[in-house]
Design a protein around this ligand. Structure first.
Ligand code: FAD
Length: 415
């Protein structure tokens, strides 16, 4: 939808193929600090999103452990002053309302929506020729964007693109609770000193009176719990009950029917071709704990649309421009996934320096590099390669530190 808005605003004729978004269960997300500017570019400034109760402010992230210890991750106030002038607030969004706001803007620019499903992609070499839909439509045009999300990832399957996976398969259970007061921040909860893979719970105020609460665990752990005969609702309740914050909320909610989704963090290579580009989770799925999924999707949409607009009169997109697009999207997603898996989810670093400090070790470079990317706006070959080099350096540092911590603590039980 974001890509459609950018393209239609530049005068291109856009057809968006997909389901009616109001019928899809939307999680409601905690956004990274780069998202507000990307939303503003679509015509949704932060103040308007707050005033319309589509979003709430996120001014910090708090990690709370079951032993009562906690850490607040807040960008320092000096970053908001000259010469940096960084925006220190970001948002949590109610995705149902945000999707609707985006749909209205897109319609206003003349984007047409076909409620249908692409079942087959026709190709000729590396070019996409047409998309065939479940209802029997054949859509042929000169340019295509694949925004089909991580489970479909249409073009990746069609072209058998390389894929890099991170961490185990994960499962998430989430539900919504009505609250009288919400905090202006995201709160994450985890068990102190739990060995192996780190399970966690999110609390995200998606609008003024609703919080989204989700539990994330590994697929193996979920399977083991289910094999003990526990229902999804039992598991969700038991995990939340570990934290006093949820006691009253669970009592008030007589029945819970948590939504369930499973995912595997992954990054595709070569996500652009002579007349197509992949955006959002179709190109790369970053872990929810990074709060980077929406930023990535909006960023991909903006950069993909910019390429299509710039080269609208050419028969094909220049290979160097598409290769650099691919390198940037791949590099960022690998950086976030690699960082969160090695520093937070996996045990060696977390055990050595503690979960709260591990949060700092992940958050500081992640926040900084996202900010540098937003400021530097790498687009050409030199800036893209420079930025990719910086990301690679961070990944190598995480690898070495992880290795070092693992060798120092060889007896830990692996998750
Ligand atoms: C449990 C969980 C928690 C998350 N929490 C956060 C968070 O706190 N912060 C954050 O920033 N991000 C978070 N994310 C990620 C974020 O939700 C996504 O990155 C974001 O929604 C962008 O996704 P997307 O548009 O690329 O894909 P999707 O949202 O998956 O959209 C893909 C669309 O394509 C449609 N589609 C699929 N196949 C076809 C087809 N064949 N033909 C036509 N249409 C098709 C789908 O129906 C869907 O509408 C979370 C994700 C999960 C799973």
């Amino acid at each position: 939808m974001a890509a459609s808005i950018h393209l239609a605003r530049a005068g291109l004729e856009v057809l968006c193929i997909g389901p009616d978004l109001s019928e899809i269960p939307a999680v409601g997300e905690s956004l990274d600090w780069s998202s507000p500017a990307l939303l503003e570019a679509l015509g949704l400034p932060m103040e308007q999103l707050i005033a319309d109760d589509i979003a709430t402010y996120k001014k910090h992230v708090t990690l709370k452990l079951s032993d009562g210890s906690a850490r607040h991750y807040v960008p320092s106030a000096w970053l908001g002053r000259p010469p940096f002038n960084l925006e220190l607030r970001t948002l949590h969004v109610d995705r149902v309302r945000l999707n609707e706001a985006l749909r209205q803007i897109a319609m206003g620019y003349g984007v047409r929506h076909l409620h249908d499903k692409v079942v087959d992609v026709e190709i000729e070499g590396r070019k996409v020729i047409a998309a065939n839909t479940a209802a029997g439509n054949r859509i042929a045009c000169s340019r295509f964007i694949d925004a089909s999300g991580s489970s479909a990832s249409l073009f990746s399957r069609t072209f058998q693109l390389p894929v890099y996976e991170y961490g185990p398969k994960k499962v998430s259970l989430w539900s919504y609770f009505k609250v009288r007061e919400s905090v202006e921040g995201t709160t994450l909860y985890a068990q102190a000193g739990k060995p192996g893979f780190m399970e966690w719970i999110w609390e995200i105020p998606i609008n003024s009176d609703t919080i989204s609460v989700g539990y994330v665990t590994s697929g193996d752990e979920m399977k083991a719990k289910r094999q003990q005969g526990r229902s999804v609702e039992d598991i969700y309740r038991e995990e939340l009950e570990r934290f006093p914050r949820f006691g009253e909320l669970l009592q008030e909610a007589e029945t819970l029917s948590p939504f369930v989704t499973s995912f595997r963090c992954s990054v595709h290579g070569n996500v652009a071709g002579p007349n197509w580009l992949m955006v959002g989770e179709s190109a790369s799925m970053v872990d929810p704990m990074t709060s980077n999924g929406v930023t990535a999707a909006l960023r991909h949409a903006s950069e993909a649309a910019a390429l299509l607009i710039r080269y609208r009169d050419r028969e094909r997109l220049p290979p160097l421009a598409t290769a650099m697009y691919s390198k940037r999207m791949e590099g960022l997603a690998k950086f976030f996934n690699c960082g969160i898996e090695r520093v937070v989810y996996d045990w060696p670093i977390r055990r050595r320096i503690g979960a709260l400090t591990a949060g700092d070790v992940y958050t500081i470079p992640a926040w900084s590099l996202n900010t540098v990317y937003a400021r530097m706006r790498p687009r050409g070959v030199f800036t893209t390669l420079l930025f990719a080099g910086l990301l690679n350096l961070c990944r190598v540092a995480a690898f070495v530190f992880h290795r070092f911590c693992k060798e120092e603590e060889p007896c830990e039980v692996q998750g």
